[in-house]
Design a protein around this ligand. Structure first.
Ligand code: ATP
Length: 401
């Protein structure tokens, strides 16, 4: 349909990038990227009238996203023609623009495409031997300065490497190490770095990528020299296991990436923490929660690690000020089974215990409304947590007494 419309309206459209890569690998990828010559937005505007869906355009970037009724998404980008010193001879004139566009991409395996226009539908584009690299399982950049031009590609390379079980090609690895040693990662804006880190860490193979990034010195460059590398790695492994455990047990987690980030930041200097917190454009509630965690986690860990007995109500009063995400991160950082036992007792049981009587019940008992009401409810809760009250009837009896 897209190809027919492109042909009719005089555009050239190509399916490119991750969608084509995954199609050849036989991996599901519902995110379709289409590059259009000459103008993706005007083409997408015509197409939406034809096939329906919800279109968002981004004129500054020459891109548009079409969300179809079934929820699937198609991204449209205008083919960009920028000057690059091509090692190879220019192709036939008609393919110059798309070739230039594909040359700007990160790795050869992401430069594959096919034509969508109806008469030539399916004609395969492989200007940079991407198909061979895909078959051989190789991550390879297109030009020497690729990682210098965009250092986030360093994280992308190790993400794809782990995801597909590929290998970063030797020369590419050397370019990468060169960029790392020349402090290119420090040039990247925190928010961009965080976006790429998030993409990496939330993959199934995120932990393997993180280890690789540690070994290559990437984490030290992004977060400053980490002194306790073993401790951080262990914390990341435990975070990963605990996230799986929460999923199994149905314990709600807000943002897995921010659990990993809390764990990493706990091993960083104050300066790095502040740089990340300020630079990440976090939503206010996430920002506040992270700040709270970083200022309070050590104090609470000291108490939780202490084997002395805490009553359930004491545990609740210590833990209820933390979000679930923060509790998982602090359990991971502690590496302690006692902390894990206590936190999960809270998450699975104690946090679900609530008081059933309400203000109106207290009024019925003849009490006068005021601050005393919340004091009573608090005390009922404490008794209930500690197992002295089981149900609403007993709550009322306790208040009466
Ligand atoms: P995923 O399967 O993780 O979505 P993807 O390859 O589709 O992987 P996207 O981040 O959606 O990745 O990017 C779409 C395409 O844009 C990629 O295939 C790649 O060609 C290109 N691209 C993305 N980021 C960069 C970058 N930093 N440098 C160069 N090209 C990039």
């Amino acid at each position: 349909l897209i190809g027919q419309k492109a042909q009719k309206e005089g555009y050239k459209a190509y399916a490119i990038g991750g969608f084509v890569r995954d199609l050849l690998l036989g991996v599901e990828n519902l995110d379709i990227d289409i590059v259009v010559e000459e103008n993706a937005i005007s083409f997408a505007e015509k197409l939406v009238k034809y096939i329906g869906g919800n279109l968002k355009t981004y004129p500054n970037f020459g891109t548009a996203t079409l969300t179809l009724k079934d929820g699937s998404k198609i991204d449209f980008a205008t083919a960009r023609m920028e000057f690059y010193p091509f090692p190879a001879a220019l192709p036939e004139v008609e393919e110059t623009t798309i070739k230039h566009d594909l040359y700007r991409r990160d790795f050869t395996i992401n430069t594959l495409g096919f034509k969508l226009n109806s008469p030539v539908f399916g004609d395969f584009l492989d200007f940079f031997n991407g198909k061979k690299d895909l078959e051989d399982g190789i991550i390879r950049v297109l030009y020497n300065l690729s990682f210098v031009e965009d250092p986030t590609r360093i994280l992308r390379a190790i993400r794809f490497e782990a995801r597909y079980g590929f290998k970063i090609e030797e020369q590419t690895l050397a370019f990468m190490e060169n960029a790392i040693n020349n402090n290119m990662l420090e040039q990247v804006k925190v928010s961009r770095m965080a976006d790429e880190l998030k993409l990496m860490l939330v993959e199934k193979t995120g932990l393997a990528s993180f280890k690789r990034a540690m070994d290559l010195g990437i984490i030290d460059k992004i977060f400053g020299e980490i002194e306790d590398k073993k401790g951080l790695l262990k914390g990341m492994e435990i975070s990963n296991n605990l996230l799986a455990m929460c999923k199994d047990k149905g314990i709600p987690i807000d943002e897995p990436f921010l659990i990993y980030l809390r764990t990493i930041l706990a091993y960083c200097s104050e300066g790095v923490r502040n740089k990340f917190l300020k630079g990440m454009n976090l939503e206010k509630n996430n920002y506040d929660d992270l700040v709270y965690f970083l200022t309070e986690y050590q104090g609470i860990l000291e108490k939780l690690i202490d084997p002395k007995f805490y009553s359930p109500s004491q545990l609740v009063s210590m833990l209820e000020r933390f979000s679930n995400d923060s509790l998982i991160a602090l359990t991971a950082i502690s590496g302690s089974n006692l902390v894990k036992k206590r936190v999960f007792l809270y998450l699975e049981e104690l946090s679900k215990i609530s008081v059933e009587i309400k203000g109106e019940d207290l009024l019925e008992l003849g009490l006068k409304p005021g601050p005393i009401f919340s004091e009573i409810i608090q005390n009922v809760k404490k008794e209930k947590l500690d197992g002295n009250i089981a149900n609403k009837e007993e709550e009322i009896l306790w208040v009466k007494s």
